[in-house]
Write a protein that binds this ligand. Sequence first.
Ligand code: ADP
Ligand code: MG
Length: 725
Amino acid sequence: MSRLMDDYNVKAATKFVQSAKSPPLPIDIEKIFGENVFGLEAMKSRLPKKVYERLLATIENNEPLDSTVADTVATAMKEWARERGGTHFTHWFQPLTGSTAEKHDSFITPNKGGGAIAEFSGSNLIQGEPDASSFPSGGLRPTFEARGYTAWDPTSPAFLIENENGAYMSIPTAFTSWTGEALDYKIPLLRSIAALDVAARRALALFGVDDVRNVYSTVGAEQEYFLIDEEYYYRRPDLVTTGRTLLGTKPPKGHELDDHYFGTIEDRVLSCMLDAERELYRLGVPVKTRHNEVAPSQYEIAPIFENSNLGADHQHLIMLMLQKTARKYGLVCLLHEKPFDGLNGSGKHNNWSMSTNTGLNLLDPGDDPSQNLRFLFFCAAVIRAVFKHQDLLRIAVATAGNDHRLGANEAPPAILSVFLGEALYDIFDKIAQGATISNKEGGFLGLGSPVLPPLPRHSGDRNRTSPFAFTGNKFEFRAVGSNQTISFANTVLNVAMAEALDELSSSVQAQLDGGAAFEDAIAQALRESTLETKAILFEGDNYSGDWHAEAERRGLLNLRTTVDALERMLDEKNVALFDKANVLSETELRSRYEIWLEQYVITVNIEAETTQAMAETMVLPAAAKYFGELTATATQAKEIGVSSSGMAATASATGDLIDELREAIDQLKAVNMTHIEDGHAHAVHMRDKVIPAMDAVRLACDKLERVVPNESWPVPTYREMLFIR
Ligand code: ADP
Ligand code: MG
């Protein structure tokens, strides 16, 4: 059977490559880029000048939306979509499930005369009321007022999603309760960008930069994913229901040979990537790089960075498009953090920085000596932000899926630390020791040179093991899970950065008020902050056991699991941080705490039930059948006086494994049935009792997989799934 499946899929693979429709190559990126987006160009050519300018003021300068323009914009949008075959529109939003949601409405309203009229007004654009009472609200919406509503986000352009049989227009929206509480990921992100804007402009003013109208965070997230043949996917209930394999032994050849990493991309996969990229270009998503990743059948795609609100929306589109396109090629895109045990999992490297509307990257050291201080000031603020809010950054990446990956020698540990690179680390070390940082005498930091020493920018100098690394002109937060929205991670970064900038600015201001010279004031503020926060700086190997011990000595947090992380979420400092910056009220924060605990419990529960079902209805019968054959053969051999001790021994060993499996299944059933009212206690139970019981079932199944004949093993093996491309 398995052999046949291999042959089948090799054929299927070739067939799909040939049959999938592709327009003639090469793709003219410039021509198609953004053609499915109602972006600035489309707006400019279709809107009256006044309306366009009003809208532009909102999009580019954060000015409040002038709702009187909505009708005009709606009409232009509808025409634009209809010309492209769009029949429906949807408010596209990001509920706290972590994925995106949409409900389509037709532009066309049939009328009494049997005809139809096209309708889409300003109010349809600005506000929607999806019947969305089933989305998690963490108690924010009592059921009697269950409906949330969606509100147009004009800063992220509407786009057209096409299908062979039609097209619809998606309007990025925020999702809120009638009382104005955020029910989604977008609202807090937008609020955090606003908080960062205020704090960053205050800091810039200290440096005499006062021509900046707004500052926003930028993000470019590198997305890792697996592609496997859909035939295998369908035959694995665990992949279908949970996105990861709950049993399966590691193949004899994994990624030990490192022959996949950056290797030539296989044809079928390349076709799929090119197709997905083309659709992303048309949607205005600036994808840039692609390559094979470390594990077999693992890949990566990365966009050029953008404003983090748009970047977060686009990150969702990347995930959607990868999944959608894969199907056209008989493939399935696995976004889970750990689809295959024993092989590298998938993450999302969140590259993050800050830009001004005048085009300054505030984390770029530049080569103008007069910018040295400003760069160091912003860098010191990042260090401070990560040090003070290690827990929140860990919480931002805390999911049941990501727990399998963090700290498993393939991804950063659960301990947060900041990697600066030797040159920059030295500078902060000198600052902490009280070096003068004047440009005047003796050069910058007394280095005899007026500029910063060259900071490493190419990957050779990077520390791949660090969860939070400076990479030349941005920081890279590497702990984000592949399946997650990047919105909350960036919300935390923005709000923590806003607070750090404010604290540093106040410290400088206090020095200045006391009569200190500007450079001395900065030096003093940076020195104090660095002394306070330098425990977070670590240049060594984050995967090593020594680091765990060292981190503990330094008093850094090591929140191993989602539950450990969430336990810190409502700490006073966190409530205060979000509340003060108007990013999340205590109620909004608490609702997220409850939802995330619940999601953890539900995820583990589904996995446990699936493990149990597969073990009981697939593995056990296969093992029993084999056991029956062994015992029958052994008996027959004995009857006719043929040597049968090997048979008997094999039967006996298999019988032992079946005993082990039976016991493990019973144990799993017993612990997974426990009902616990309190969300936190339930999550602890899932972590401490259910996951270990699941692991025991898996262990027994995996041992059986090594003895049961390949042809009667009930699910595709790792070897098949990972190497048939
Ligand atoms: P590499 O990491 O291979 O050197 P790059 O540094 O060009 O490649 O970029 C990696 C990712 O970081 C890309 O998604 C890129 O868009 C993003 N990135 C680059 N500069 C910034 C920035 N200023 N802010 C946010 N992300 C950025
Ligand atoms: Mg990178």
